[in-house]
Design a protein around this ligand. Structure first.
Ligand code: FMN
Length: 321
């Protein structure tokens, strides 16, 4: 089983604000296996040339394909942003119509667009018209249980020109709680001809295979389970392709990956910013290791690279014995 459209893999990294940045993609690209995506970038902020949003959207210097995700509520601004991200190196454009965060939905963006199919359609059409790149849409089961309109929404995306869609099997009201509804993902798959990617609760190669068999989706998207486990997408990809899995990483390989990740964060955000951002990643890498809580508490107090390197080396020597 190979990929679909022009993707080499049926496994997709889930976009996650504050996480799927250039350093994380560099790590994932090295581990292999999945299609890579940006954090969401707001179309109005891109237009204002906001430096942070511009940095998110700028993937020109990355030596692997990156889907860039856009969020907003204005067809005109989406059209402008589509042209800009094409110049900034995007492989294709994903439109965020699933974000549940208050600040986003109060701005009539993200999952709020699931309540306004007419505006959602105008946004997709305007983006498709503005760029030769593929345009995909990521959305949820619906706004809430009473408005679980993912099937109608999927048909609207198809009719508006989306190349493929991703469905997260939770409503906006659920946020990230409860479990993802794979039935709605199956219903969406049956309702449209364009490729469908299923998303929600995949944390192993077996679970990915189960979702594909259960719902018939063309691909799977993995979010939270890859945190601290950048090897997961490759394991899933190999499993779906019937290839032999690489061995699980050793404790020392985890250490090396963590140190590499911190160095990448520092190169990208500077020493202070990079180390601040690294604190959450460190927690995920050591989650299941010896005295992780104590190590995390010590790590949080550090602010320079030599201190960080020393603590990590000392900690992993203890863990490895
Ligand atoms: C911290 C965090 C940030 C997220 N940011 C985004 C985002 O920017 N765009 C988006 O479409 N989805 C975002 N999501 C949703 C994920 O892409 C994914 O749909 C969700 O986590 C369910 O997949 P999972 O069960 O594999 O984690 C975010 C999720 C989390 C936990």
């Amino acid at each position: 089983m190979e990929g679909f459209l022009d993707f080499n893999s049926r496994v997709f990294m889930a976009p996650m604000a504050g996480i799927t940045d250039c350093p994380w993609r560099t790590i994932l690209a090295e581990c292999g296996g999945g299609n890579l995506i940006s954090e969401m970038a707001a179309v109005n902020a891109i237009q204002r040339k906001n430096p942070k949003s511009y940095q998110i959207a700028n993937v020109k210097n990355e030596p692997y394909p990156v889907v860039v995700q856009l969020v907003g509520n204005s067809p005109e601004l989406f059209a402008d942003a589509a042209q800009l991200v094409a110049e900034l190196g995007a492989k294709s454009i994903d439109i965020n119509m699933g974000c549940p965060v208050k600040k986003i939905v109060n701005n009539n963006s993200g999952s709020a667009l699931m309540k306004d199919l007419s505006l959602a359609s105008q946004i997709i059409k305007a983006t498709v018209k503005a760029t030769p790149l593929k345009v995909s849409v990521k959305f949820r089961k619906g706004w809430d249980m009473e408005h679980a309109n993912a099937v109608d929404f999927a048909k609207m995306c198809e009719d508006s020109g989306a190349s493929y869609i991703t469905v997260h099997g939770r409503t906006r009201a659920q946020g990230y709680s409860g479990s993802a509804d794979w039935d709605i993902i199956r219903d969406v798959k049956q309702a449209v001809k364009i490729p469908v990617i299923g998303n929600g609760d995949i944390d192993s190669p077996q679970k990915a295979e189960q979702m594909m068999q259960y719902s018939g989706v063309d691909g799977v998207m993995v979010g939270r389970a890859m945190l601290g486990n950048p090897w997961l997408l490759d394991r899933i990809d190999r499993h779906l392709k019937g290839l032999v899995a690489k061995p699980e990483p050793t404790v020392l390989q985890i250490r090396d990956m963590l140190l590499k990740h911190i160095n990448l964060l520092i190169n990208y955000y500077g020493e202070r910013g990079g180390i601040a951002i690294s604190r959450k990643f460190v927690g995920w890498y050591v989650r299941s290791l010896y005295e992780a809580k104590k190590f995390r508490e010590q790590y949080t107090k550090l602010s320079t690279l030599p201190e960080v390197q020393q603590l990590i080396n000392e900690y992993f020597v203890k863990v490895a014995v």
